[in-house]
Ligand binder design. Structure first.
Ligand code: SAM
Length: 288
């Protein structure tokens, strides 16, 4: 049974292997069994599931995943953790440890090989320095995904979940909500980790949409428009689109398109919903 979530056991393992935390890898290990149980419950892992864990650390959450899933692949960059994982996960025959940088792993191939291309579940206490590239990489490379349940910095979880008109709303909110339905399932204080992070954390579940919520003729163009709109937050949407390196559109095309969308030309990007960005990109595409 899983036992590493108890602080004393984590300390014992760390001492046995003379492990030194590496700040550059965002190493903050979970030491709270309630939080671990909450993550597993929110991820809804069953014996049918293949789970990808990103950054297993000393294997605390991996033990829980092995108990609940059919098979687990855990990708860990720090080679010093590999012998520790061999020890803490020695009792499980349904786990594979992959010593690699997650950003360099072909996750589609992994899902093909290990799960016959069927949707996988991703569960992780993420290294915070690469939260956005990991999540966007999973979505944009069209890995078959059922859900992503991850611990992230609280502020980043808020940004993923909010809608238009709020200060945290931006390109990340729109990108995440295009692909998935986000739901914050727990707020986690720093004392649940060793060492304690300087920021608050939250567990967020991103459930992949079965069908995309909006119809976009050119996804790449929509995301270029979104990035351009939020690059200069205090500017109007029209100025953001005009002054961005992302696009080369004339003032006339931009103003005509915004008017066609049925909103004032003075509107700011942060007031537009995902559906409006989708429509705007379809309008602009026709004029290009
Ligand atoms: N899952 C463990 C836990 O909850 O106790 C550890 C979580 S810790 C926040 C993040 C983990 O991700 C660390 O083990 C770290 O070494 C690993 N990591 C950091 N960058 C990585 C990368 N690029 N690819 C794979 N793992 C990485």
């Amino acid at each position: 049974m899983a036992t590493l979530g108890i602080p004393q056991n984590t300390i014992e393992v760390l001492q046995k292997y003379h492990f030194n935390f590496q700040k550059k890898f965002g190493q903050n290990f979970l030491i709270d069994t309630h939080v671990l149980e909450k993550i597993i419950a929110a991820a809804d892992v069953t014996k049918d599931d293949f789970v990808l864990e990103i950054g297993p650390g000393i294997g605390t959450m991996t033990q829980y995943l092995c108990e609940h899933a059919r098979a687990v692949a855990a990708v860990e960059i720090d080679k010093n953790l590999i012998p520790i994982l061999g020890d803490t996960l020695g009792a499980y025959d349904n786990v594979e440890i992959i010593n690699q940088d997650i950003l360099k792993v072909d996750i589609r191939k992994l899902a093909d090989e290990k799960n016959g291309g069927r949707p996988i579940k991703v569960v992780a206490n993420l290294p915070y320095y690469i939260t956005t590239p990991i999540i966007m990489g999973l979505f944009e490379s069209h890995v078959p995904i059922d859900s992503i349940t991850v611990m992230v910095q609280k502020e980043v979880a808020d940004r993923m979940q909010v809608g238009p008109g709020t200060k945290d709303y931006g390109a990340l909110s729109l990108a995440v909500q295009y692909y998935a339905a986000p739901e914050i399932v727990a707020i986690v204080p720093p004392n649940c980790f060793m060492p304690r992070p300087k920021v608050g954390s939250a567990v967020i579940r991103l459930t992949r949409h079965k069908e995309l919520p909006v119809q976009v003729e050119d996804e790449k163009l929509m995301f270029r428009i979104i990035r351009a709109s939020f690059n200069q937050r205090r500017k109007t949407l029209a100025n953001g689109l005009k002054n961005s390196g992302e696009l080369t559109l004339s003032k006339e095309v931009i103003e005509e398109s915004i008017t066609e969308l049925g909103v004032p030309v003075t509107i700011r990007g942060e007031a537009l919903s995902l559906a409006q960005f989708a429509e705007l990109s379809n309008i602009i595409l026709k004029k290009m």
